[in-house]
Design a protein around this ligand. Structure first.
Ligand code: UGA
Length: 462
């Protein structure tokens, strides 16, 4: 069914054909995947953002960032008329819908705590719009915020600007998101759990009903709780995964001191213990991205604010800071000095299937190589244009794997893209001047590679 835009406007917040109308403020990964996820199931979704370029793209069916499956689903929704983008115009988004998900950014401040300016701005605009609205409306905070933020910052702004009462005139929930970049759209449709923190029973019941309708009989477990507990669940989940990674990287560093030890085998055996589980035990060069580094820092800052010193989390962060430089130390072991050496870097994105380089572990690696006067040549299937903003002309960018490896003295595998996984020792020997390889993500078989080239890897004993 194609919905004509006049019909949409005239119906204001009334559901069309029984489907709820929903708005999403902020169209980053979380906001856009939520919006497209809902619209792909037939809900009528209005996506708002302060960036006019993003909205223009969305209305043309083009996601403003790379994410598998999103392009196809977004253009389908735009064609069907279940999704539309609005530049700013929060008023109109609130007026036309029943639920509003807030998914604006919460960037890190220099002290590690989060900057709430976009949350404050969004809450202020929503509050002003609620003032004009006659019917009940539920506001849902999806952005990652420190425990207490929804209750102590968002609620007062909404009440003050709307001159209305939370829990009576409008509802308020905190509903953290657990999607991963690279599989963000799929994660939106197939969640392990839904966490709903609510200010009052009615707000939580309304959102739970929406999720039950969205997932139909396949609804995952839905956890109902308070606003602050929901906020903490998000931080605790990311901090646990980050700690698991720093833990296995610590074991990897120990393995490197023990003859014939191998962290991959250690992790495999550990993971078979049901209490430990196999996931997030891949040793490597550390965690990057827009979430783990920021959220661990924020949880540390917020714990300290509450008067608790979270030593474990500080260790998680410290291990992660040092881990990428292990690749440079291994390079020195293989080459002696790095001065004037030509070093190939395979992979720039913080993980495969994304062009995102926020907090990518390759950044400290390349900076250190440059500081030691090495000549860096890099290749990534999609992230080279992002890298150009970071390293400018300080490194050489290539458009193919073979041209990246050509005549190099050493190669460091940084991101485990599928096309790198299929490489054989012969591929390195064919192009490199000196076939020295460091496997930073443990994707190659050490027996096979050690036989044919000068091979070292994270977590591999001598
Ligand atoms: C992470 C969480 O996995 C999501 O559940 C969460 O919703 C999201 O943050 C968020 O807060 O928005 P994401 O940052 O997209 O998702 O990426 P992950 O797949 O978790 O990987 C993060 C980093 O950890 C990557 O650099 C990856 O290479 C590294 N990693 C992951 C390891 O080094 N070892 C592992 O075993 C797993």
């Amino acid at each position: 069914m194609i919905i004509n835009s006049k019909l949409w406007l005239n119906l204001k917040s009334k559901a069309i054909n029984g489907q709820q109308k929903i708005s999403v403020i902020g169209v980053g990964y979380v906001g856009l995947c939520t919006a497209v996820g809902l619209a792909s199931k037939g809900y009528f979704v209005t996506a708002c953002d302060i960036d006019p370029e993003k909205i223009k793209k969305i209305n043309r069916g083009i996601p403003p960032f790379y994410e598998p499956d999103l392009q196809e689903k977004l253009s389908e929704c735009i064609k069907k008329g279940t999704l539309k983008g609005l530049h700013k115009q929060t008023n109109r988004a609130i007026e036309e819908t029943d639920f509003t998900f807030v998914a604006v950014g919460t960037p890190s401040k220099p002290d590690g705590s989060i900057d709430l300016k976009y949350i404050e701005e969004a809450a202020g605009n929503i509050g002003l719009a609620l003032k004009e609205k006659e019917t009940y409306h539920v506001i849902i905070i999806k952005s990652t915020v420190a425990p207490g933020t929804t209750q102590n910052l968002v609620k007062p702004i909404l009440e003050q600007k709307s001159n209305k009462k939370c829990g009576k005139d409008f509802g308020l929930c905190m509903n953290p998101e657990f999607l991963r970049q690279g599989s963000a759209f799929n994660d939106t449709l197939n969640a392990d759990r839904v966490v709903i923190g609510s200010y009052d029973q009615r707000s939580g019941d309304s959102l739970e009903a929406l999720y039950r309708d969205f997932y139909k009989p396949q609804a995952p477990p839905i956890i109902r709780t308070t606003l602050s507990t929901a906020e903490l669940i998000k931080y605790a989940s990311n901090a646990m995964l980050a700690t698991k990674i720093s833990f296995i990287n610590t074991i990897a560093n120990i393995c490197e001191k023990i003859p014939s030890a191998d962290v991959k085998v250690v992790a495999k055996a550990m993971g078979l213990d049901k209490r430990i589980g196999p996931l997030f035990l891949d040793a490597g060069l550390g965690y990057g991205g827009s979430c783990f580094p920021k959220d661990v820092k924020a949880l540390i800052a917020c714990s300290k604010n509450f008067g608790y010193d979270p030593e474990l989390l500080e260790s998680t962060e410290n291990v992660n800071k040092k881990q990428p430089l292990k690749a440079v130390a291994l390079a020195r072991q293989q080459l002696g000095t790095l001065k004037d050496k030509k070093i190939a870097i395979l992979g720039l994105a913080f993980k495969p299937d994304t062009d995102d380089m926020r907090e990518a572990r390759v950044i400290p690696i390349i900076n250190q190589l440059i500081a030691e006067d090495a000549h860096v040549v890099a290749y990534d299937p999609v992230a080279s244009s992002t890298a150009k903003f970071i390293f400018k002309s300080e490194i050489t960018y290539t458009t193919s794997l073979s041209s990246c490896l050509q005549d190099t003295d050493l190669c460091i595998l940084v991101t485990e893209w599928p096309e790198f996984k299929n490489l054989k020792p012969e591929d390195f020997i064919k192009y490199m001047k000196h076939p020295n390889l460091i496997d930073g993500r443990r994707i190659y078989n050490p027996q096979e590679f050690r036989e044919k080239l000068n091979f070292t890897a994270i977590g591999l004993g001598p």
